[in-house]
Design a protein around this ligand. Sequence first.
Ligand code: SDX
Length: 434
Amino acid sequence: MGARKESFTITDNRTGKSWELPVLKGTMGPDVVDVRKFYADTGCFTYDPSFTSTAACESSITFIDGDAGLLLYRGYPIEQLAEQSDFMDVCYLLLYGELPTPVQKLKFEDDIMHHTMMHEKLRRFYDGFQMNAHPMAIMCGIVGALGAFYHDRIDITDPTYRMIASYRVLSKMPTIAAAAYKYSVGQPFIYPRNDLSYSANFLHMLFATPCEDYEVNPVLERAMDLILILHADHEQNASTSTVRMAGSTGTNPFAAVAAGIAALWGPAHGGANEAVLRMLDEIGTKDRIPEFIKRAKDPDDPFRLMGFGHRVYKNYDPRARIMQRTCNEVLDALNAKDEPLLELAMELEKIALEDEYFVKRKLYPNVDFYSGIIFRAMKIPVSMFTVMFAVARSIGWVAQWNEMITDPGMRIARPRQLFTGPLKRDFVPLDRRR
Ligand code: SDX
């Protein structure tokens, strides 16, 4: 008797018919039931509108265990990468699957830094925006427009072109993001500097002016690098799934990433870091915390505690722990450790984590809860917070896009539906409508 086939048996009680559905096993995490033939065999669709129980792809990039509060990039724990690695190391790891050797890392950094300039004509696109345009709207537009500058040379079936396009996204995101900020404050755009690290160059483009030398504070450089590492990738989250969905049509990677930026913007996703700061500003003082906790628990009040809860983490988001520690370090280094917002956030977290409503629903602080306080301390405006997230996540998006394109089983993503609309009916001419 061979090994028992791992499968689910499903029976349609209306007909008594049964089917065997194979179980597929990964290296870690839940097994999956393969329903690819389910509709062809049974004539029924499976139904999972928010994908709470659906694995949409096979991936070897990032693993999350929500109950254990575990996050691994290509097998390496986020805590070790945060402590011992840097963002370029992590970008290479996510893209190629292994940590770079010293020679590989030097070449990778040099390649990335030599793609950081944007086309001079692209700089003029900014003038089409109102000065007070939300920087995420600008990011959607400018990154999408990259497709107009490289579209004719993108052959996504050619791995060389895919890598060049991936490098261009990773390289140009900070330049495009910093320009969005400079445009909003009416200052000249600062050209990238190849002699600086990726993170130092990003800070330099954000805060330098042509009027005087600008020295990047090494504490802020390290904090930026750490924040980029923590936000780099996160399995099949909404924006990454958007990039995969768009990429599955064969569109160019710039258009797919622009779609991911649009999805990240939402306050339920990457937009939460901006929403956390606005929420803390609205709460203002510790004595008003109970009022907002009450609102967050009220099913009739759409208000939610921003920066709290997660679809996957039913334990503390490991990134939030590191972010809280970084918050203290940055505020210490900037002699701003008595930042009232941090005290307010920590008091809010303490009260929420002792409240039955949050405990029962396993709602913990997520990556967005503390990041905004660090960005505020770094003098980054609130409207730029989600842009920071988008810059960091660009490596995750292109790594997942490459994995999807090279998946031999890749086909256009085309979900179906449960239709509850009107039955077939005949058209009623205008003169007979009452
Ligand atoms: C990110 O997917 C990823 O990996 C995302 C991300 C990444 O790196 O890509 O980790 C980044 O997006 C982090 C999440 C940032 N968003 C926020 O902080 C916004 C506030 N959080 C919520 O909107 C919510 O928790 C979500 C969107 C994050 C998760 O939503 P789910 O999984 O659909 O949870 P749910 O809405 O089903 O909530 C379950 C219950 C509900 O109450 P009941 O219906 O059981 O009574 O928990 C409640 C919710 O009302 N709830 C909250 C809450 N989050 C969930 N109640 C108050 N405040 C909250 N923040």
